[in-house]
Design a protein around this ligand. Sequence first.
Ligand code: 5GP
Ligand code: ZN
Length: 115
Amino acid sequence: MDCLFCKIIAGEIPSKKVYEDEYCYAFEDIAPVAPVHILFVPKKHIKGACEINPENSQIVGKIYEAIAKVAAEKGLENGWRVVSNNGPDAGQTVFHLHFHLIGGRPLGVMVSEEK
Ligand code: 5GP
Ligand code: ZN
């Protein structure tokens, strides 16, 4: 399968690893929008949040556990945001489920007015 994040998880494309466990891999976003911008991806290929179902939904809880741990390690006690874009209207560009952990500065409004 021609998936960028599957290749990153497999080590075929280099990445700056932040965290890894049996369920998920986390690495620095190549184009950070804040001082901390880390992508958390399931090791299993899931196309996006639209494919979460009773068989695989436990991975979301495991990923959130990892996010909370890394956010604490990165010193983001003042706050942080998790974003998961699903589909073209939301701006999803890589079709392997991922959660952006963003923090390290005041983040402003959740959804921009851009159309
Ligand atoms: P999306 O737009 O799908 O929500 O998020 C995809 C993210 O992947 C973007 O923030 C983009 O900067 C990041 N990205 C795209 N290609 C690469 C890459 O090769 N390496 C890393 N580390 N991040 C990437
Ligand atoms: Zn994939």
